[in-house]
Design a protein around this ligand. Sequence first.
Ligand code: CP3
Length: 363
Amino acid sequence: MPASIGIPMTPLKNDRLLRALLHEPVDLTPVWMMRQAGRYLPEYRATRARAGDFMQLCKTPDLACEVTLQPLARFPLDAAILFSDILTVPDAMGLGLYFTEGEGPRFKHPVRTEADVRALGVPDPHQELGYVVEAVRVIRRELDGRVPLIGFSGSPWTLATYMVEGGSTKTFSRIKGLMFENPALIHQLLAVLAEAVTAYLNAQIQAGAQAVMLFDTWGGVLTTRDYQAFSLNYMRQIIQGLQREHEGRRVPVILFSKDGSEWLELMADSGCDALGLDWKIDIGEARARVGDRVALQGNMDPCVLYASPERIRREVQEILRSYGSGNGHVFNLGHGIHPEINPEHAAAFIDAVHSFSAPYHAG
Ligand code: CP3
């Protein structure tokens, strides 16, 4: 039974994020950070140690909820993001995900042959991924309407890179080799993933995710033609299949193709509400290119957080000035926060966005 039946949800006290994603007026620019619940927080490391390891943390809804809320206890963030990982979907498809120290994620059973692809099924989000759906419910209950909860998934292309390579890669040799040699096979894999991701995100929405984000971390390694055929095409299919209203509100969709700034106009036509930007593009230039078609989320270089709070404040002001007045900006980093960052520098970043953004929303 969907969580929304029976228990009425508390109305949102802070809806800046949802309003900004839909280009509606806000008093201040909302801000959150990719990987805001992560190793730079000592309390995260403590909870992960209690869980045993990272996957156990993801698979225990009460602990996933605990770490989701940790950054909110420290900082006045405008959103929570579900604590999980994009690789839960291939894990649920039977690939056997595990993490090794220093090497990142690995799969016991990578996908390499036609038989491997044929054997893949679409996981039931309420069964194999039931722990994620349950985490969403628990987090919504514990958030009690303080800020909206963002759900997420990897894009089919990004998931496929890990599934075919068997882990992280710098060269994308296997996935690209297959894509050029046997494109039909990769399309078959991507089609199954698109179906799986659509069902997974819809289950998150029904359990209470108030916005969803597609992480296309590796779309940017493709040529323009291949980006459209192998990445954007499947994200568009997913967006078309999503439930866009829940609890009487629109559920905005954010599309983030890292290294994809060349294709902003194409991405803006995907049916999403907002684009995530990495740090390389000037946000004012991005805004000029997409106009009012989509909101923009980003885009401070995460490495600025290594510098002093004074330098961080200046960078925030530069980005606010570049975006300019008016609606449609969600402040974020251009990629996830690094594990070595001093939490006080994250605090300075978040405070700067709120302290300096009011004039851009006046009148
Ligand atoms: O943003 C958040 O706070 C939500 C949680 C979240 C995690 N991973 C937690 C995590 C999200 C949204 C992700 C997405 C994710 N996972 C992506 C796409 C986003 C991106 O970074 O571009 C990718 C490519 C992955 C796959 C993945 N998971 C990798 C490559 C790694 C290892 C990298 C590393 O930093 O060691 C992970 C592990 C992971 N996912 C961690 C966290 C907090 C670190 C695990 C730990 O605690 O040791």
